[in-house]
Design a protein around this ligand. Structure first.
Ligand SMILES: [Zn+2]
Length: 114
Protein backbone atom coordinates (compact mmCIF):
# COMPACT_ATOMS: atom_id res chain seq x y z
CA UNK A 1 0.00 0.00 0.00
CA UNK A 2 1.68 3.17 -1.20
CA UNK A 3 -1.29 5.49 -0.88
CA UNK A 4 -0.33 7.01 2.50
CA UNK A 5 2.41 9.35 1.19
CA UNK A 6 0.11 10.45 -1.62
CA UNK A 7 -2.74 11.17 0.78
CA UNK A 8 -0.39 13.05 3.12
CA UNK A 9 0.81 15.06 0.16
CA UNK A 10 -2.77 16.05 -0.77
CA UNK A 11 -3.60 16.92 2.84
CA UNK A 12 -0.41 18.98 3.31
CA UNK A 13 -0.94 20.91 0.11
CA UNK A 14 -4.52 21.67 1.17
CA UNK A 15 -3.26 22.78 4.58
CA UNK A 16 -0.87 25.21 2.90
CA UNK A 17 -3.66 26.41 0.62
CA UNK A 18 -5.96 27.00 3.62
CA UNK A 19 -3.21 28.85 5.48
CA UNK A 20 -2.50 31.16 2.53
CA UNK A 21 -6.17 31.91 1.94
CA UNK A 22 -7.13 32.30 5.60
CA UNK A 23 -9.56 29.40 5.52
CA UNK A 24 -9.97 28.09 9.07
CA UNK A 25 -11.68 24.86 8.18
CA UNK A 26 -11.98 22.85 4.97
CA UNK A 27 -15.17 20.81 4.99
CA UNK A 28 -14.97 18.63 1.90
CA UNK A 29 -12.18 17.68 -0.49
CA UNK A 30 -13.11 16.15 -3.84
CA UNK A 31 -10.35 14.15 -5.45
CA UNK A 32 -10.29 12.69 -8.95
CA UNK A 33 -8.48 9.36 -9.06
CA UNK A 34 -7.64 7.98 -12.47
CA UNK A 35 -8.16 4.30 -13.08
CA UNK A 36 -4.57 4.01 -14.37
CA UNK A 37 -3.01 6.18 -11.65
CA UNK A 38 -2.01 3.12 -9.56
CA UNK A 39 -3.87 4.55 -6.57
CA UNK A 40 -6.63 2.34 -5.19
CA UNK A 41 -9.59 4.48 -4.04
CA UNK A 42 -10.34 2.10 -1.17
CA UNK A 43 -6.82 2.46 0.26
CA UNK A 44 -6.81 6.20 -0.42
CA UNK A 45 -9.99 6.47 1.64
CA UNK A 46 -8.61 4.33 4.46
CA UNK A 47 -5.56 6.64 4.74
CA UNK A 48 -7.69 9.76 4.87
CA UNK A 49 -8.68 9.89 8.55
CA UNK A 50 -5.16 9.35 9.94
CA UNK A 51 -3.81 11.90 7.44
CA UNK A 52 -6.30 14.68 8.25
CA UNK A 53 -5.75 13.97 11.94
CA UNK A 54 -2.27 15.46 11.48
CA UNK A 55 -3.51 18.55 9.65
CA UNK A 56 -4.38 22.02 10.87
CA UNK A 57 -7.29 22.96 8.64
CA UNK A 58 -8.71 19.60 7.56
CA UNK A 59 -9.50 17.95 10.87
CA UNK A 60 -13.17 17.64 9.91
CA UNK A 61 -12.78 17.36 6.17
CA UNK A 62 -14.80 14.70 4.40
CA UNK A 63 -13.36 12.99 1.36
CA UNK A 64 -15.20 12.50 -1.90
CA UNK A 65 -13.62 10.45 -4.64
CA UNK A 66 -14.45 10.53 -8.34
CA UNK A 67 -13.06 7.55 -10.15
CA UNK A 68 -11.96 8.63 -13.61
CA UNK A 69 -12.06 5.85 -16.21
CA UNK A 70 -9.27 5.38 -18.71
CA UNK A 71 -9.76 6.88 -22.13
CA UNK A 72 -7.50 6.45 -25.11
CA UNK A 73 -7.24 8.34 -28.38
CA UNK A 74 -6.10 6.72 -31.61
CA UNK A 75 -3.06 8.41 -33.13
CA UNK A 76 -4.24 7.63 -36.64
CA UNK A 77 -7.98 8.30 -36.86
CA UNK A 78 -8.53 10.22 -33.61
CA UNK A 79 -11.22 7.88 -32.29
CA UNK A 80 -11.62 7.91 -28.51
CA UNK A 81 -12.20 4.61 -26.79
CA UNK A 82 -11.74 2.70 -23.60
CA UNK A 83 -8.46 0.82 -23.88
CA UNK A 84 -8.53 -2.90 -23.31
CA UNK A 85 -5.46 -5.08 -23.41
CA UNK A 86 -2.29 -3.13 -24.05
CA UNK A 87 -1.72 -4.91 -27.37
CA UNK A 88 -5.23 -4.25 -28.68
CA UNK A 89 -5.62 -1.71 -31.44
CA UNK A 90 -8.12 1.06 -32.14
CA UNK A 91 -11.67 -0.34 -32.41
CA UNK A 92 -12.37 2.00 -35.37
CA UNK A 93 -9.37 1.47 -37.62
CA UNK A 94 -7.29 -1.23 -35.95
CA UNK A 95 -4.20 0.98 -35.63
CA UNK A 96 -2.04 -0.02 -32.67
CA UNK A 97 -0.79 3.44 -31.69
CA UNK A 98 -2.80 5.36 -29.16
CA UNK A 99 -2.32 7.75 -26.26
CA UNK A 100 -3.92 7.60 -22.87
CA UNK A 101 -5.79 10.91 -22.60
CA UNK A 102 -7.46 10.48 -19.23
CA UNK A 103 -7.37 8.21 -16.20
CA UNK A 104 -3.67 8.58 -15.46
CA UNK A 105 -3.67 11.30 -12.81
CA UNK A 106 -4.77 12.16 -9.34
CA UNK A 107 -5.98 15.69 -8.86
CA UNK A 108 -7.83 17.79 -6.36
CA UNK A 109 -11.06 18.62 -8.12
CA UNK A 110 -12.65 20.98 -5.64
CA UNK A 111 -12.90 21.87 -2.00
CA UNK A 112 -15.75 23.10 0.10
CA UNK A 113 -15.05 25.53 2.91
CA UNK A 114 -17.24 26.80 5.65
ZN1 LIG B 1 -8.11 4.56 -35.11
Amino acid sequence: MHEMPIVLNVVRSMDVYAQKNHIPDIKVVVVDIGEASSVVPFFFRSCWDPAVGQSYHLQNAALEINEIPCKAKCRKCGAEFRPGRSDAGCPECGYKGWNLISGRDISIKEILVE
